[in-house]
Design a protein around this ligand. Structure first.
Ligand code: FEO
Ligand code: CA
Ligand code: CA
Ligand code: CA
Length: 670
């Protein structure tokens, strides 16, 4: 949902002057343009930094030749309504939106809201494969469903001039079953899958199959549990909430549970409170862009049945206090949600100590007994931050659980222009987080994570998306997808391009290779773009085999291959300066050599997202999200959809998972 990310952080927590250094000076950028800026960013840092500085990131002195990590022949950019993989690979479609969990019934666009609650949701995003008993042919595929396009979800919308967000409102109300279907198409699917003797993967009827939706009861845990800002009519003591929303990417804990991120949740609410003639939203809503106006994104608060689970999307004050209305409902969103996929009765838990923002995903460092548990997360909006959580208690494989995430320290990242970096603790009494500055306690800091990071002086980034950790080196990678609103006065070494249309991938290593460290060294792994606008850390331009833009999904496999998925927004895709990149794609990189090869191109209008392999690395699962999103409203009315993937013919497009295998049964990417 790239184009819905708001430019909400207009603050000036860090001026350019504060980050100006010799490594990438404003003069380089302004006077010399991109080439000079790129040279400055990748130039070895001066003097003593060379021994410990950013060029150490990613391992030893880079070699000139490919390391042999990438063994496939790159594919060309693509514009067709299909998936293209390298020679010697096969690709099958698994679990598209609307697939029944119990094995019954073919897909029908006419499914009711209740039926959708027992079907695979829409707009697949982050995903993990949990093997059953270590198997690489049987397991649980857990998939996030980020949002919906009502015009594809509802058969009755055909023939109308609707864009991807339009909903039908009649006399100020929405059809209650449409609202239910939309809520049930959000959330997470837990799918028991297996590989047949023909090599094809499928969803199997199984008691472990589960849908978690915008309605599923959840617990709130950690320091913000019970805070006054979380009290609602549904949960007067502020300990529970119904549902999870806008589940973009995910994480996997060291104790083998799944974490679903809540990203662009703010637009699902509206708040019409005013003071005088101005909107009067509390800071924990205003800083996150909760909607003001006639209706929220989909208008769920307008459901004709007026059910309690729908009116909560109106956060306006209606009662005498917070336990009589839903003024605080938005505060129960923006968290990471822990789910145990192996227990279908388990209650998902929102872990508040990981912070509240537009959570893209969370990546856990490899856990070591006796050491704290560490995870990293990005806030995907323009000029937002990268965070890290370090648990207070050490990891013990015998007893580890989600409780480890309820006590510890949340940090925000500051990237200095000399290639060093530091983690700013978001704890009471530090970095300006005092009662005088509006942060009475830890709960208040966490509910207002963005404001706390503003105050602490974290570096405003170009939309942090996924993080990944190279298991062979410990290096941490993050995609910074784009930020066309950054001005020349706002560039810094980590975000070195004004009007950044193509994005970059940043990486760092923690001091002493200790993920709990409070300092690190960083560099830019690659500046994405076309031949003229791109550079790898080896100072090479990208070319026909690997040009790409807007990196989003990111994952390191067990061998250290870095998989990169792109999300050029549907308004830009295949147009103007983006046309050269074709449809959104997936590439693989060798972090040591900087070599990058295009592995896959997707159908029309989609973004590639979600990537994981089976333990033996012979099947890779990848998600295709929002095929056909490039269909203009008039074209939709005329029945001219830009994509009919994966069913073909005149069918509506459906998000789906791909299962990719090699004909020779070998490792993916090798
Ligand atoms: Fe849901 Fe930032 O992508
Ligand atoms: Ca997206
Ligand atoms: Ca994106
Ligand atoms: Ca994303």
């Amino acid at each position: 949902m790239s184009d819905r990310n708001q430019a909400s952080n207009a603050g000036d927590s860090r001026t350019f002057a504060e980050v100006l250094t010799a490594r990438a000076s404003r003069r380089d950028v302004l006077a010399g343009g991109l080439a000079a800026a790129v040279t400055a960013v990748f130039a070895p840092p001066p003097g003593a930094r060379a021994a410990t500085g950013a060029d150490r990131v990613g391992g030893v002195e880079p070699r000139a030749e490919p390391s042999g990590l990438l063994g496939f022949k790159p594919v060309t950019t693509g514009e067709a309504d299909t998936v293209v993989v390298p020679e010697g690979y096969r690709v099958d479609v698994l679990a598209p939106w609307g697939t029944a969990l119990d094995g019954g019934g073919a897909f029908s666009q006419e499914a009711t809201g209740a039926e959708q609650g027992r079907q695979v949701g829409s707009h697949h995003d982050g995903m993990h494969f949990f093997p059953l008993h270590g198997s690489s042919t049987e397991g649980l595929l857990v998939v996030n469903h980020e949002y919906v396009e009502p015009r594809f979800l509802h058969a009755a919308y055909a023939g109308k001039p609707f864009d991807g967000e339009t909903v039908i409102v009649t006399d100020g109300a929405r059809d209650a079953d449409e609202v239910l279907k939309e809520m049930n198409a959000h959330g997470v699917s837990v799918l028991r899958i297996g590989r047949g003797s023909d090599g094809k993967w499928s969803v199997r009827p199984d008691p472990l199959n589960r849908r978690i939706t915008a309605l599923t009861p959840m617990a709130i845990s950690g320091p913000a549990r019970g805070a006054p800002q979380l009290r609602t009519r549904y949960s007067p003591d502020g300990t529970g909430v119904r549902g999870t929303l806008a589940n973009c990417s995910h994480g996997v804990t060291p104790w083998n549970t799944y974490m679903a991120a809540e990203e662009n949740w703010a637009g699902y609410f509206r708040n019409n409170d005013t003071s005088g003639d101005k909107p009067d939203l509390p800071r924990e809503q205003a800083r996150y862009d909760v909607a003001v106006g006639a209706m929220s994104r989909y208008g769920w608060e307008l459901a004709a049945d007026g059910a309690d689970e729908t009116i909560r999307f109106d956060a306006s004050r209606k009662a005498d206090d917070a336990t009589g209305d839903y003024r605080n409902e938005p505060n129960a969103f923006g968290w990471m949600v822990e789910i145990d996929p192996f227990d279908p009765r388990s209650v998902p838990v929102k872990r508040t100590h990981l912070g509240r923002f537009a959570h893209e995903n969370v990546i856990f460092a490899p856990a070591r007994a006796g050491k704290p548990v560490v995870c990293y997360a990005g806030d995907d909006s323009r000029f937002e931050y990268i965070y890290k959580f370090v648990s207070a208690a050490p990891f013990d494989p015998a007893t580890a659980s989600g409780a480890l995430l309820d006590e510890g320290t949340l940090y925000a990242a500051r990237f200095h222009d000399d290639g060093s970096g530091e983690w700013l603790a978001l704890v009471p009494g530090k970095n300006g987080l005092t009662p005088e500055n509006g942060f009475a306690d830890l709960a208040e800091i966490l509910i207002n994570t963005r404001l706390a990071a503003d105050r602490a002086g974290a570096t405003r980034m170009d939309r942090p998306e996924w993080g990944a950790i190279d298991p062979t080196s410990g290096a941490v990678f993050f995609t910074l997808t784009n930020n066309t609103r950054r001005t020349e006065a706002e560039v810094d070494a980590a975000n070195p391009r004004a009007q950044n249309r193509f994005g970059q991938i940043i990486r760092w290593r923690e001091a002493g290779d200790d993920h709990a460290a409070e300092t690190f060294d960083w560099d830019l792994f690659v500046l994405a773009g076309a031949k003229e606008t791109s550079r790898t850390f080896k100072r090479r331009a990208l070319g026909a085999d690997n040009i790409f833009a807007c990196p989003d999904g990111l994952w390191c496999d067990a061998d250290g291959r870095l998989w990169i998925e792109t999300d050029i927004g549907e308004d830009s895709l295949n147009t103007g300066g983006y046309a050269v990149f074709g449809n959104n794609q997936m590439l693989a990189a060798d972090p040591r050599t900087g070599e990058i090869r295009r592995f896959l191109t997707g159908p029309v209008g989609q973004e590639m997202t979600g990537v994981v392999t089976t333990p033996d690395q012979t099947t890779m699962f990848v998600n295709v999200q929002h095929p056909g999103a490039t269909t203009a409203a008039e074209a939709f009315a005329a029945g001219n959809l830009s994509s009919h993937w994966p069913d073909g013919g005149d069918k509506v497009p459906r998000s789906a998972t791909l299962a990719i295998q090699r004909a020779d049964g070998g490792k993916i990417g090798a």
